[in-house]
Design a protein around this ligand. Structure first.
Ligand SMILES: Cc1cc2nc3c(=O)[nH]c(=O)nc-3n(C[C@H](O)[C@H](O)[C@H](O)COP(=O)(O)O)c2cc1C
Length: 183
């Protein structure tokens, strides 16, 4: 798919067909992640592919707003070694977005489940819940879980996502006029 078509048509899908994702496509998603830029090229990430039914169900209970994972045949848990990079959040976020965009490009759908800074229940963070479930080492942080699969719902592209009022020229709040070069 043409790159801007991917950008325009990608939507978060939270219901998936009961159909496995072929291994070669899973590898494509990971290749997309490996192509991400990262600060000082430190590449602090580690990705955990989960396709085990019981673990997927448990992940769908990681927090409120994770239930969409219940029908996903596969997820990629995006983690990073915080000792390796002080900007691991940014590095891992870019990799997670590469995975989402690549999924759409190859006919799959995906959505992001936020784990960092979220709670599982009153006493446990969603991050600790996921770390315990998957045996993630102490120094690794969990950013998010990307649910992946063949979509069981159709979502239209977002039309007219124009936010030119959120763009300034040469100083915050100074109008950026479309179709005009700077005078
Ligand atoms: C940082 C981040 C956290 C998100 N967390 C969740 C989440 O926990 N659960 C969920 O269902 N969707 C989550 N989403 C998906 C957003 O709800 C979705 O991207 C947004 O509503 C826009 O819809 P679209 O992706 O279809 O354009 C998250 C997206 C981002 C970027």
């Amino acid at each position: 798919m043409e790159f801007f078509e991917v950008l325009r048509k990608r939507r978060s899908v939270r219901r998936f067909q009961d159909r496995p994702v072929p291994r070669e496509l899973v590898e494509k998603l990971l290749e997309a992640a490996f192509l991400s830029p990262s600060s000082f090229n430190k590449r602090p990430w580690h990705f955990i592919v989960v396709d085990d039914g019981e673990k997927l169900k448990a992940l769908s209970e990681a927090k409120l707003g994770a239930s969409g994972l219940a029908t996903a045949p596969l997820v990629i848990v995006v983690t990073a070694d915080e000792g390796r990079s002080d900007v691991w959040v940014e590095d891992a976020s870019i990799a997670a977005e590469h995975i989402q965009l690549a999924a759409f490009d190859i006919g799959l759908s995906a959505f992001w489940v936020q784990i960092r800074n979220r709670m599982h229940d009153e006493s446990k963070t969603a991050e600790d819940y996921v770390k315990e479930l998957l045996g993630i080492p102490e120094n690794y942080r969990v950013l998010c879980i990307i649910g992946v699969g063949y979509p069981a719902e159709k979502k239209p592209p977002r039309e007219n996502v124009t936010e030119w009022g959120k763009v300034s020229l040469n100083g915050f709040g100074r109008e950026f006029r479309r179709g005009e070069d700077e005078a």
